[in-house]
Every structure is written in structure tokens, then in C-alpha cells.
Design a protein around this ligand. Structure first.
Ligand SMILES: CCCCC/C=C\C/C=C\C/C=C\CCCCC(=O)SCCNC(=O)CCNC(=O)[C@H](O)C(C)(C)COP(=O)(O)OP(=O)(O)OC[C@H]1O[C@@H](n2cnc3c(N)ncnc32)[C@H](O)[C@@H]1OP(=O)(O)O
Ligand code: FAD
Length: 661
């Protein structure tokens, strides 16, 4: 049963909900990993809806940037007071969720505090450092951010310019931004809100540069909030979206911090200027891997937001006719609309399932690393690099299709889809620009193929074992596992093609760097296919583990949409394997799958359990009463406060009057 049905709803939406074949709360339990977690989300939404001071003071699209920042800060402060009664304070998921619910997706002063400030202290700080700062940060006595990217350098961390030079005589590090390009640029919450930051700077001891290391740096006075002497800090200005966040710039001029402020769990500088290396050269990058490991689920949810809006709206929007000329048809009944939206629903589910898996893998890696075992770091770095790139890109595509699927109203901020799009596609850039990260995964794939070439296939990890197989024929009695083999064929042949291109260029005498560059488009293609294969296989495994038979049946239908769509989408890579008859068969299976999933479309998006408050969309309202609320929304626009605006009295009216003469 669909748990969203309520009296007074738009009858078209109720009809959709009645046609659903499964219980949406049970599906939510599968999406969020357990009945308890899904139920906690419902309880938190319900509790928040009863607290007047946590409601939006006006719709976000009607707020200026200053109002957004003020509103985010107002709500953050109230939340800090109320949180103990509302959520499990030890749960990162609940903390992120309640901020999302109350403040929304446009950013807020604590967005980075939870995800990029506290975790490095907790994982890279010594026990004493944690004792000193962790409690203060968790109680929000201080607000932090993560300052790594610079005006001149973001992707290439080796070229960062900020320096932290050890001064033995005073036992301090002296921070400097030697050039304009060395200004820190982009960190969220840095501009106006944070008073502390993790700063990534080149560690210099005895004139030797040991590369980027993390430092705890106080930026502003804890009483006055004024920048401390030696610090230049401010906001970088409005962005494409995410304007409730104050992304900032930061410069240092001979700014001194105590030796104890370098995070020293892994690398250390001793009082006499000795440097102790970390157990793995890239351990300082693990904060980024943590965020990347969470991005598939986060992005899947962004896509889920847009699809909830587009699918609900498509069920109440009537336009044109099919057979019955007496009543216009729901646009959701058009095959083109289904083809536009349903594969994205499948992807959103797939990304979320994959996302929870990578979070689990990261948590395991963290335990291993704390126990001194860093052997899994390369695997997870490669996996999360590819996954963040593919998922953010496909999420952006899916959200944009969802917008267009809403016709003209999709273009209005009342749909809120453009904000979701703007925030989500930031993910193509932050935490590693997508091409750069795909090329990181490509290094791993090339190395794996070199192992096969050197007769060491048995040393390959499970995620790349398929690179050594030799599939040349597929039995098209197609079940999910046969589709997986088709995808493996595509990913394998592209990985070999790209590697061989790179090797050929090398053998022709080209430098490693030039050869890599000339093969890089092929290499990124290999990374995408490898990642899409991983997403598909995780989806198949996940569906296989579902126990509730009604839920399993719908998920198999959704999986069929996914695997047929994905194989059609990579048709060019499987031409050597599949005949045109086989491709036609798959194409037809896709069209059948779209029809099969149609009665459950609304229930599938309802199962994401995104409340109206969180959705902030007139088009996506749970009750489907869109038209009357669109009219209300338009009337409440500040431009309509007055009938005659100054723009008219001051300019247009005089122009028209003059023209009359
Ligand atoms: C609806 C719900 C939503 C809720 C969500 C709420 C909010 C979300 C909304 C908004 C988001 C808000 C905030 C966004 C925060 C964003 C924060 C940031 O962006 S922080 C800055 C991030 N910056 C980057 O990611 C920089 C990218 N660059 C790099 O990581 C590195 O420079 C590099 C590209 C990896 C290259 O590094 P380097 O030059 O040092 O190394 P190489 O020579 O290329 O490689 C050497 C070797 O090391 C391996 N390696 C690299 N990194 C790692 C690692 N992390 N772990 C393990 N190994 C690593 C690499 O693979 C090489 O190995 P080998 O091939 O064997 O030599
Ligand atoms: C919304 C948002 C929030 C952010 N928050 C933070 C934050 O909190 N803290 C922080 O420190 N940073 C933050 N950033 C910065 C972000 O991490 C960087 O912008 C990102 O890592 C990309 O680096 P860049 O801007 O230097 O891009 P560039 O590297 O300049 O990329 C420009 C182009 O060059 C290409 N390119 C670069 N290197 C290579 C290569 N080796 N091979 C092939 N192509 C290449 C890229 O693919 C891209 O097309 C944020 C950014 C955004 C958009």
C-alpha cells in the first residue's frame, strides 16, 4: 500500500497511489538500509513539521543571498538547541538529514563543519588533539571549514602554494600565502561563518618541503568574530546555486600557530624538527575519500528529489490525447515521458544502493587504517574516484531531463528543479573535478591490465577480475547476469583498447605524460564503463538480497529498466558482441519494462519519503494540488507587493509619455 494517500489529495495522484503494488514504507526500508533508519526519517520530518520556528520564513527563491545566509544561521542556531531532543547526536546520517529537512539544499554555515572539519580531527588528530578540539566542535562552540583549494590550484594538490614553515626557536608553524594564486578559494563557510579551519599547507622543515599536510588554524577571534591579525578572509561572491553557503577566500601573512596544531596522528614534526612519515603517502587525502564515498548516495538523493517532483507532476498534468478524446491524458502515459524519467528512477535507486555500499567500505577502511593496515586505500580511492564522477554526471543529466519533463512550469523556480540541478552539479567539480578523477581510476585499470600482461591475473582484486576474462558470445536468453556479461565485455574491451593505445604511444618513444594525455579520452571512457559495470552489479546483488517478495518483484522490474537502458546506451561498445537482432530484442525489452513499471512510478518516488518541506517544490507537492498553489506562490512573489513598480514610474512611464508627444 502507498502510505502517502490522504483525503483532499488530487484524485489523479490518489489513483496512481492506489495502483501501486507494494508498501512504500517497506520500500523506504530497503532504500535506506533498514526499517529503523527509514522510520527515523519519517519521525524527524514529522517532529520538524510541528516546530513553527523551524519553518521557512518565506520560499527560498524569494530570498536574497543575505537573507538565505541569515535564515540558514537562524535555523542552525535553533537546531543546535533542539537537536538533543530530535535526533541521535551520534548519527551523522540523522544530523545531515535534519539539516536538509530544515534548511534545505542551498547550503548553511555548518554544512562543511560536519562533513569536512570534524572528520579530519577525528581521524587525523592525535588523542590529545581530539581531546582539545573534538568536543568543542561537536558542541558547536567553534565553527569550522576545510581550506585546501587555492585560487590558482585545486586539482593538482602538488602545486599548492600555501606554506607552513616550522620555526624551531618558537616551536611554531608560520603560515604564508606567498602569491595571489596561493589564496585559499572556495572553502564553504569560510567567507563569513567559520572561526576555525583545517588548512592544507605545504609543510616545510629545515628548508625541505614535505608536501601538503593538515593544520588546525584559528581564523577569527572567538569573542568579536573579527579576523585575527595576519589573516585576510571574505566571501567569494554569488555562485550558480548553493548561495546559502558563504564559500570564501583566505590569505596568511606570517601567521603563527603552535607546533601542536599540525594534525599529527599519521605524520609528525618533532620539537627538534624531525619529520616522521605517514604509513601511506596519501593518508592526508583520506578526508576527501570519505566525502567521495558518500557522494553516490547524496547524489542519488538529489536525483530522487527531482524525480519526485517530475513524476508526481506528470501524473497530474494532462496534455493531449491518446485514444479517449473526451479527456486529456496524464503526460506520464506518454512513452517519451516514461523513457525520459523511468531510467532515471532506476539510476537513483542504483546510486543510493551503491552509495550505502561505499560508505560501508569506507568505514571498514577507516578501521583498517587505524589498525595500521593501509592496503585497501588504493582500491577505494580508485572506486570512489570513478563513482563520484559517473554518478554526479548522470545525476545532472537526469535532473535536467526531469526539469524538461515538467514543461514550462519546470523552468519556474516554483518547481525548484533548477536549484537542485545547480547544487547537484557542483558535485561534478568539488571533491575532485570529474575528468581528473576518472583519470585516477584509469591509472588503476591500466595497472591491472599490466598485471594480466605480466601473467599475474590471479593477483587482481574482485572488482577488476573481469578484465582477464574472454567473453565473445552471449546467450540472449537475457537475465540480469547476461546483461552483466555484456557490460563486462564493453568495459573490458575499452579498458584494453585504452591501455594498448597508451602503451603503443609509449613504445613509439613518447614520454609517459604525453602518451597518457594522448590516450586520455579513451582512458576516461574505460573508467566510465568500469564504474557503470560496478553500479549495475551492485544493483543486481542488492535486489537479489531483498526478502520481501512484493518489493523484490518491483525492484526486478526496475532493474530490468536499468539493465536494458544501460546496454542500449553503450551500444557502440558492444557491436562486436551483439547482433542487430539482439540489440532490437533488448530495445523491445526496454519498452516492455517501461510499461511494466508505469503503475508503480508514483509509489517508487513516494518511497524516497522526501517531505514537502524538504522538497520545497510547488510542482512536487505530496497532495498534487499544484495549480491553486502555483497561483498562490506567484501572488506571494515580492514583485507583486505593489501593482505599480518604481521601474515603471521612474523609467517606462516617462518613456511612454514622451513617445506620445
Ligand atoms: C539530498 C541529500 C544531499 C545531502 C548533501 C548535502 C550537501 C551537499 C551539497 C553541497 C556540497 C557541500 C560541500 C562540498 C564540499 C567540497 C569540498 C572540496 O571540494 S575539498 C577539495 C577537494 N579537492 C580535490 O578533490 C582535489 C583533487 N585532487 C586530488 O585529489 C589529487 O591531486 C590527485 C588528483 C589524486 C593527484 O594527487 P597526486 O598528484 O598527489 O598524486 P598522483 O601522482 O596523481 O598519484 C600518486 C599515487 O597516489 C594515488 N592516490 C592519489 N590519491 C589517493 C588517495 N586519496 N588514496 C589512495 N591513493 C591515492 C594515485 O592513485 C597514484 O597511485 P599510483 O597510480 O599507484 O601511482
Ligand atoms: C560548490 C563548491 C564547493 C567547494 N568547496 C570546497 C571546500 O569546501 N574546500 C576546498 O578546499 N575546495 C572546495 N571547492 C573547490 C573544488 O574542490 C575545486 O574546484 C575542484 O577540486 C576542482 O579544482 P579546480 O577548480 O582547480 O579545477 P581545475 O583543475 O582548474 O579544472 C579546470 C579544467 O582542467 C581540467 N584538468 C585539470 N587537471 C587536469 C589533468 N591532470 N588532466 C586532465 N584535465 C585536467 C579539468 O578536467 C577541468 O576541465 C569547492 C568547489 C565548488 C564548486
Amino acid at each position: 500500500m502507498n502510505q502517502s494517500i490522504k483525503p483532499g489529495d488530487n484524485p489523479d495522484l490518489t489513483e496512481e497511489r492506489l495502483s501501486g503494488t507494494f508498501d512504500t514504507n517497506s520500500m523506504a526500508a530497503v532504500i535506506y538500509g533498514s526499517d529503523k533508519l527509514a522510520q527515523r526519517r519519517r519521525e524527524i520530518s514529522e517532529a520538524v513539521s510541528r516546530i513553527p520556528e523551524l519553518q521557512d520564513s518565506k520560499p527560498c527563491p524569494f530570498m536574497t543571498r543575505e537573507e538565505k545566509i541569515l535564515e540558514g544561521s537562524r535555523k542552525s542556531a535553533i537546531l543546535n538547541r533542539l537537536l538533543p531532543g530530535l535526533i541521535d547526536l551520534d548519527s551523522f546520517e540523522e544530523t545531515v538529514f535534519i539539516h536538509q529537512e530544515v534548511i534545505g539544499i542551498e547550503g548553511h554555515p555548518l554544512a562543511l563543519h560536519e562533513s569536512l572539519f570534524i572528520p579530519p580531527i577525528a581521524t587525523q588528530g592525535t588523542d590529545e588533539q581530539q581531546k582539545k578540539w573534538l568536543g568543542r566542535a561537536q558542541r558547536r562552540e567553534i565553527i569550522g571549514c576545510y581550506a585546501q583549494t587555492e585560487l590558482g590550484h585545486g586539482s593538482n594538490l602538488r602545486a599548492l602554494e600555501t606554506t607552513a614553515t616550522f620555526d624551531i626557536s618558537s616551536q611554531e608553524f608560520i603560515l604564508n600565502s606567498p602569491t595571489i594564486t596561493s589564496l585559499k578559494w572556495w572553502p564553504g563557510a569560510l567567507g563569513k561563518s567559520a572561526n576555525w579551519s583545517i588548512v592544507i599547507a605545504n609543510l616545510i622543515v629545515h628548508d625541505k618541503n614535505h608536501g601538503p599536510h593538515p593544520f588546525m588554524v584559528q581564523l577569527r577571534d572567538e569573542k568579536s568574530h573579527e579576523p585575527l591579525p595576519g589573516i585576510t578572509v571574505g566571501d567569494i561572491g554569488p555562485k550558480m546555486a548553493f548561495n546559502g553557503a558563504d564559500n570564501g577566500f583566505l590569505g596568511f601573512e606570517n601567521y603563527r600557530i603552535p607546533r601542536e596544531n599540525m594534525l599529527m596522528r599519521h605524520s609528525k614534526v618533532t620539537p627538534d624538527g624531525g619529520y616522521i612519515r605517514p604509513p601511506h603517502a596519501k593518508i592526508g587525502y583520506s578526508g576527501m575519500v570519505r566525502v567521495r564515498s558518500r557522494m553516490a548516495a547524496e547524489q542519488g538523493l538529489f536525483l530522487a528529489h527531482a524525480l519526485t517532483i517530475a513524476v508526481r507532476y506528470s501524473a497530474i498534468r494532462r496534455q493531449g490525447y491518446l485514444e479517449d478524446r473526451s479527456r486529456e491524458v496524464k503526460v506520464l502515459d506518454y512513452q517519451t515521458q516514461q523513457h525520459r524519467l523511468f531510467p532515471s528512477i532506476a539510476r537513483a535507486y542504483a546510486f543510493i544502493f551503491c552509495g550505502f555500499e561505499t560508505i560501508r567500505l569506507y568505514d571498514q577502511l577507516l578501521i583498517d587504517v587505524q589498525n595500521g593496515n593501509t592496503s585497501g586505500m588504493a582500491d577505494l580511492h580508485a572506486l570512489t574516484s570513478g563513482l563520484k564522477s559517473v554518478v554526479t554526471h548522470q545525476t545532472g543529466e537526469g535532473i535536467e531531463q526531469a526539469r524538461m519533463a515538467c514543461g514550462g512550469h519546470g523552468y519556474s523556480m516554483a518547481s525548484y528543479i533548477s536549484e537542485i540541478y545547480g547544487v547537484a552539479i557542483g558535485g561534478c567539480t568539488y571533491e575532485g573535478e570529474n575528468m581528473v578523477m576518472l583519470l585516477q581510476l584509469a591509472r588503476y585499470l591500466v595497472k591491472s591490465i599490466e598485471m594480466i600482461q605480466n601473467g599475474k591475473s590471479k593477483n587482481l582484486g574482485p572488482m577488476v577480475a573481469y578484465l582477464a576474462a574472454n567473453e565473445s558470445e552471449i546467450d540472449l536468453n537475457l537475465g540480469p547476469n547476461e546483461y552483466l556479461k555484456v557490460f563486462q565485455y564493453a568495459a573490458r574491451s575499452q579498458a584494453w583498447r585504452a591501455t594498448e593505445k597508451f602503451q603503443k604511444l609509449r613504445n613509439s618513444g613518447m614520454s609517459k605524460e604525453q602518451a597518457w594525455n594522448q590516450a586520455s579520452v579513451e582512458l576516461t571512457r574505460a573508467s566510465r564503463l568500469h564504474t557503470r559495470l560496478y553500479i549495475m552489479s551492485t544493483f543486481i546483488n542488492h535486489v537479489g538480497s531483498v526478502v520481501d517478495q512484493k518489493i523484490k518483484k518491483v525492484l526486478i522490474d526496475l532493474l530490468n529498466v536499468h539493465i536494458t537502458y544501460e546496454v542500449m546506451d553503450i551500444g557502440i561498445y558492444v557491436q562486436g558482441l551483439l547482433s542487430s537482432d539482439q540489440m532490437d530484442l533488448i530495445r523491445n525489452q526496454l519498452y516492455v519494462s517501461l510499461e511494466t513499471i508505469r503503475p508503480n512510478a508514483v509509489s517508487l518516488v513516494d518511497s524516497f519519503q522526501i517531505s514537502d518541506m524538504q522538497l520545497r517544490s510547488v510542482l512536487g507537492r505530496r497532495d498534487g494540488n499544484v495549480y491553486e498553489n502555483l497561483f498562490k506562490w506567484a501572488k506571494s512573489c515580492p514583485l507583486n507587493d505593489k501593482d505599480v513598480l518604481e521601474s515603471v514610474t521612474k523609467y517606462l512611464k516617462p518613456m511612454m509619455d514622451k513617445s506620445k508627444l
